[in-house]
Design a protein around this ligand. Structure first.
Ligand code: FES
Length: 574
């Protein structure tokens, strides 16, 4: 392997030459207290840090950045921390998905505009991982992900609590009058006990695992609980490794090929991962110049069993998954299905990275011969209601609803649904299909996680806990139930979902991968002709830019001007 020479470093243009501008760069570094010993002949490592005071999943990243710096210094690099937008999933409204591309742009431009030779990406809360990776792919410098890691298990009255999943579960019990206000408060105290991401197999855990499976994080990094002392050691090791990656010129382009993305999708399926990951993987692949479509997810899902017994598809939590051997063990179990020759940030192949990995807790990581669910993690449905596809998570659905026909109960938007759903006189039965419109990429806007529509209170009281639900929204990876999501094209732009009226029969057949509105074609055509486009959501600002450039769910929801796999010129220095 050829190694870069110091004068070939990207930062050399800023710091290594002798002209008026480089005088300015160096004199201003001296202003900070650095001198030539800090930078001369050393790779400059940008640490993109998504810490903020209001992001509980990233509380420790301030400290982790210091631990990364220690590793960079140990290996002879020059660490520079660059703060970036912090997308706290539970705090940012209307949804963090509105800002994933914003963070991706910020990551790319922070790296491009500064004298950065390699990047360490610190983050983990839901949209942060794909955003950082999308930006790093487009910039093209060597990059390594330091996953924020899951928080510790929740605890209530001696029982483990899982992020999200148990919130929905106990909220329904409270609505049904089965738990008290005081017990509900105890749950609030016990469900989030340490820094770190959600510890169910939500979007965060799924995307961190995908980053590792694609080869962008150190082996095992994504499974380490944030509060475990292995975590800072992993951060320091990542700091050491990125310096070597710069000398080796090991860029994302040399890691992310078709096989790397297919490995990631296989791991996603085996984990019973979040449906949100489908959008992010499609978007990351486009940035890398790799074609991944919804059909690839469906094809792969049919051959990969769910083997991680983690909620919401299974019973355990990410802390248990770590003790069971973590992602290395899961990938070793899955190795007959993986391309083991894929390159990774270690400079070694997947095969070398997982050599010797073992499953320690068989009830947490199952063998492929004894899957956690007989249903696949993801099914892609097509039909006249979703011509460009829709997603369902069969492993988290009540079996009776896998093939279902029922009358629609249609809501025009979230507020309409919220105003109706608690009414005791709502005309609804367990066989109804709840439909939510105007919750897609443009209509939401930002495709909020509204797809797990609440079961009408009247039915909750009768003991109903699952119903067929259809929307162009996403759902949290910690959610569950018979929710058909990401219906494309969305209703706000005139997709067929816009034409559904209450009482229309809807038929979903998961095994047959179909979803159809059972009305005559001429009636569908009549409703399409009568449809009027709604007024724009935004007249100015980022929202207007978002609305004008956002792609549909099946395209990965990237901006049209960002998704292309095209080189961007280095900045001029004058
Ligand atoms: Fe950050 Fe769930 S809220 S990962």
């Amino acid at each position: 392997m050829t190694r870069k020479r110091p004068e070939e470093l990207r930062s050399h243009r800023w710091l290594g030459v002798s002209d008026l501008r480089s005088f300015g760069h160096r004199s201003r570094l001296r202003q900070v207290g650095y001198d030539a010993t800090d930078w001369a002949g050393r790779p400059v490592i940008g640490i993109i840090n998504t810490w903020s005071d209001i992001n509980p999943c990233h509380t420790h990243l301030r400290q982790r950045a210091e631990e990364v710096k220690r590793g960079v210094l140990q290996a002879g690099g020059f660490p520079i921390e660059l703060p970036a937008m912090s997308l706290a999933e539970v705090m940012v409204k209307p949804t963090t998905m509105l800002y994933r591309n914003f963070l991706a742009m910020e990551t790319e431009e922070l790296l491009r505009s500064h004298p950065i030779d390699g990047a360490v990406l610190l983050g983990g809360c839901d949209k942060t991982t794909p955003a950082l990776i999308m930006g790093a792919i487009s910039m093209g410098v060597p990059a390594i992900m330091v996953p924020a890691g899951p928080m510790l298990r929740g605890n209530w009255q001696g029982k483990p609590l899982g992020s999200g999943s148990d919130v929905w579960k106990y909220w329904d019990e409270k609505r049904a009058g089965n738990i008290t206000e005081a017990e509900w408060e105890e749950i609030e105290n016990g469900i989030a006990r340490s820094f770190g991401t959600c510890m169910t197999m939500g979007t965060a855990a799924t995307m961190m695992a995908i980053a590792e499976a694609m080869g962008l994080a150190l082996p095992g990094a994504s499974s380490i609980p944030a509060a475990d002392s292995n975590h800072p050691r992993m951060a320091t090791a990542s700091g050491r490794r990125i310096v070597e990656m710069v000398w080796e010129d090991l860029t994302p382009e040399k890691i992310l090929d078709q096989a790397a993305f297919e490995n990631a999708i296989k791991v996603h399926m085996a984990m019973g991962g979040s449906t949100n990951a489908i959008i992010h993987v499609v978007a990351m692949a486009k940035r890398a110049g790799v074609q991944i479509s919804l059909a690839d997810f469906d094809r792969i899902s049919r051959s990969v069993p769910v083997i991680a017994n983690v909620r919401p598809s299974g019973a355990f939590l990410m802390e248990d998954f770590f003790y069971a051997g973590g992602l290395r063990a899961l990938m070793a179990e899955l190795s007959p299905l993986l391309d083991l020759n894929c390159m990774t940030v270690t400079g070694k192949t997947v095969k070398e990275n997982i050599a010797g990995a073992k499953v320690y807790l068989r009830d947490v990581i199952h063998p492929m011969s004894d899957p956690v669910s007989s249903e696949p993690a993801t099914g892609v449905l097509f039909g006249n209601l979703a011509p460009r596809g829709a997603i369902i998570k069969p492993s988290a659905v009540e079996k009776r609803l896998l093939k279902h026909r029922g009358p629609a109960l249609a809501f025009e938007d979230y507020n309409h649904m919220a105003a109706m759903i608690e009414r005791d006189d709502l005309d609804v039965t367990p066989d109804h299909v709840l439909v939510l419109k105007n919750a897609g990429p443009k209509g939401g806007p930002g495709m909020p996680e509204w797809g797990m529509l609440p079961i009408p209170r009247k039915l909750v009281k009768q003991g109903v806990r699952d119903m067929l639900r259809v929307s162009d929204a996403r759902m949290s990876g910690t959610s569950y139930g018979a929710c058909v999501l990401h219906v494309s094209p969305e209703s706000y732009v005139g997709g067929p979902l816009a034409f559904v009226q209450s009482g229309d029969p809807i038929e979903v057949d998961v095994a047959g991968r179909s979803i159809n509105l059972m009305i005559p074609d001429d009636e569908m055509a009549r409703r399409r002709a009568a449809w009027k486009a709604p007024a724009p959501r935004y007249e100015r600002g980022y929202g207007a830019m978002f609305s004008n450039h956002i792609g549909q769910a099946d395209e990965g929801c990237d901006f049209d001007f960002l998704s292309a796999h095209l080189p961007v010129a280095e900045p001029e220095i004058h």
